[in-house]
Design a protein around this ligand. Sequence first.
Ligand SMILES: Cc1cc2nc3c(=O)[nH]c(=O)nc-3n(C[C@H](O)[C@H](O)[C@H](O)COP(=O)(O)OP(=O)(O)OC[C@H]3O[C@@H](n4cnc5c(N)ncnc54)[C@H](O)[C@@H]3O)c2cc1C
Length: 371
Amino acid sequence: MDVSRCTTDVFIIGGGPAGLAVSIAARQKGFQVIVADGIAPPIQKPCGEGMLPETLAALRGLGVEIDPADGARLRGICFMQKDARVWSDFPGDLGVGLRRTVLHERLVARAQETGVQLLWRTPISGIDGNSVRLTHGKVHAHWIVGADGQGSRVRHWSGIETKTVKQRHAIRRHYRVKPWSSYVEVHWGTRAQAYVTPVGGEEVCIVTLSATPEDASFDKALCEFPDLRENLSGAQLNSPERGAVTCMRTLCNVQRRNLALVGDASGGVDAITGDGIRLALRQASALVDAMAAGDLEQYEQEHHRLAKGATRMGNLMLWLDRNPRLRRRVIRAWESKPDLLSRMLAMHMGHGTPEDLFSTGARLGWRLLTT
Ligand SMILES: Cc1cc2nc3c(=O)[nH]c(=O)nc-3n(C[C@H](O)[C@H](O)[C@H](O)COP(=O)(O)OP(=O)(O)OC[C@H]3O[C@@H](n4cnc5c(N)ncnc54)[C@H](O)[C@@H]3O)c2cc1C
């Protein structure tokens, strides 16, 4: 179909989880929607592939059912370091570890079902006011959405500035091996972190994270985690290794006139929070509500509110990463009072009140002083 001279209600640049979620939610509200992505599905992206229970609930709201049999059930999170280990179940439902390509296929299928016009292998080269520039021609849109990921060019074109950014280096691998745990394992070492997500009956996804490019070698990172190395001994590599940068990024704004940014384009949280996709899905729904109300400032306020909890958890994780002695004490405090970790996890997932946050923080502080 020739779209080069058409008009639409919503034009979305980027067909990753954020862009597709906006497209489905916008179709559910009756908007006419086009999504363009420079590549074709199923789109692969280095990711820890952990879907929190709230991520699954948000997908359900879009009409995307994830069958745990497509991946692996996740009970909760386990933090581990040389001399300590502590775990907590997710509050309420289970999570799912799921290959990123499977998630993408499901979102694409749902977008097609709802009547989104999908343009694959269609890189966008610019925007002029209400128009989006394709290789051949332009499309006129009432709303333009930048869902083009962390290195967003839409953010650059629209002149929206980054306020803060902290980045780390990540490597992702899949191994063919029976998962040895139904928890997402976060292993903490001196120079690197590794987190393990079961993503199938016979497969695990592993991401290593480090602050500097020098430490960002998977094999070097693995040397810090003998238990993990032991579990992987003899296991076959099941995908090509892929590297990425993960960022804590905040922006001055996430909208301007008729344009809004969503997902990683609109800022992001460090991969260790396992929260990027949940955040993108919730932003998508807030953005479509704001478009329906004709007021993108409403989206900006909600975006700010949604980012708060995830940013708090991301900063805590980075702070623990930088301070090994304190981290040891925090993990010991969690070990001796496991409900502290459970409550923090529950708050990370949006359960609980500011008072809970205060009392949990105060109890953790007291344990740190007395442990
Ligand atoms: C190492 C790592 C581990 C992670 N682990 C987890 C996890 O366990 N759980 C979790 O929830 N989140 C995790 N995340 C975060 C999650 O991957 C991101 O938050 C999520 O991918 C954001 O989706 P998005 O659609 O905003 O961006 P993307 O997935 O990056 O999609 C952007 C799309 O835009 C397209 N595009 C870019 N420029 C253009 C253009 N000019 N024209 C057309 N198309 C364009 C790209 O081709 C791409 O398909 C992790 C991230 C990293 C880096």
